[in-house]
Ligand binder design. Structure first.
Ligand code: FDA
Length: 290
């Protein structure tokens, strides 16, 4: 069955950049930061991988010019990319070459690039590629760590040693219990430990979650420690908890919204549906409404 894009519209800003750009302005007007994500996953063809790297560079140029036209601060606008779209699962050297081209464009435009983290088939390779390029682009690239993975305490410590920017999330992929915690209380416990480490010893961490238990724990921790509210940011996904996003900004926190767009929206959309029954209900209601 081919699902119509209308069902995904709440979570995906548009199928083209032209369609997605207007969704950014109300967010920026409300004091939210954004990271734009061109949707897609594992690419197995060299030509397509290099094509996506060019598309990322093009996106950076156009987004930076949109940002500058609106007079937004450089840190208010960034992009998130997936290495598996630019050659990671084909040839490491091709991927690094493509990544360097994207980051060179990002440095020229003073725009931050986040390397999203995918499944555990590419975790080590993502961190290796990150470490390979990071010394040349220390202010324009960061990565993501997933609290559900057993390995993440070590990776968190390593990123703090490197003084690298990390987004911390729970993790969205189905992973076996030999490498990933499966139950929510345990994942939350580890999330809190990693968040505290990043907030104390890391560089401008991104606290990516919609979970009030974690948000409240972070708020309490930074208050207790007297950590500057400009020293980190909360992050949420486009279309999820928009009122909470704005409330956090009103409360004096930085909040970045992850805005996906593109024609390859189905895997991203499916993850959001699997994650929460409210998201699935929203889609069922839209189907019934026709
Ligand atoms: P989760 O879905 O676990 O829900 C926990 C609780 O939070 C709920 O019981 C409820 O109380 C509250 N809640 C959640 N959603 C709500 C809603 N819509 N309304 C009201 N309450 C709600 N993953 C990955 O593997 N790699 C990556 O690179 C990224 N990147 C990323 C960026 C950003 C900005 C975000 C926010 C998330 C990611 N993720 C990700 C996804 C992440 O790993 C995770 O799958 C989702 O954020 C879901 O986990 P949460 O902690 O947000 O809430």
């Amino acid at each position: 069955m081919t699902l119509p894009f209308a069902l995904a519209r709440r979570f995906v800003a548009g199928q083209t950049l032209e369609a997605a750009l207007p969704a950014l302005d109300p967010l920026l007007d409300d004091g939210l930061f954004i990271t734009l994500d061109l949707l897609g996953e594992h690419v197995h063809d060299r030509g397509r991988a290099t094509g996506f790297a060019r598309a990322y560079s093009d996106l950076i140029e156009r987004l930076a010019s949109h940002r500058d036209d609106r007079g937004a601060a450089p840190e208010a606008v960034g992009i998130s990319i997936k290495l598996s779209m630019i050659g990671q699962v084909i040839d490491r050297d091709l991927c690094e070459e493509n990544l360097r081209a994207v980051l060179t464009q990002a440095r020229d435009a003073d725009l931050f690039v986040r390397l999203d983290m995918e499944g555990t088939d590419v975790t080590q390779s993502t961190l290796d590629l990150f470490e390979a390029v990071y010394p040349d682009f220390p202010d324009h690239v960061g990565t993501v760590l997933q609290a559900y993975l057993h390995r993440t305490a070590g990776d968190t410590a390593r990123m703090c040693d490197l003084d690298a920017r990390v987004r911390l999330c729970k993790g969205a992929y189905k992973e076996p219990s030999s490498i990933a915690y499966q139950d929510m209380p345990t994942v939350r416990w580890h999330y809190r430990q990693h968040a505290k480490k990043l907030l104390t010893d890391g560089r401008y961490p991104g606290i990516a979650t919609h979970d009030d238990q974690l948000i409240d724990a972070v708020r309490q921790f930074v208050d207790d420690r007297g950590i500057d509210r400009d020293g980190f940011e909360f992050q949420m996904l486009y279309g999820l908890r928009p009122d909470t996003q704005r409330q956090l900004v009103e409360d004096g926190y930085r909040m970045r919204v992850y805005v996906p767009y593109g024609t390859e929206w189905l895997p991203y959309f499916s993850r959001r549906i699997r994650e929460r029954k409210e998201n699935a209900l929203f889609v069922v209601k839209a189907l019934v409404r026709g």
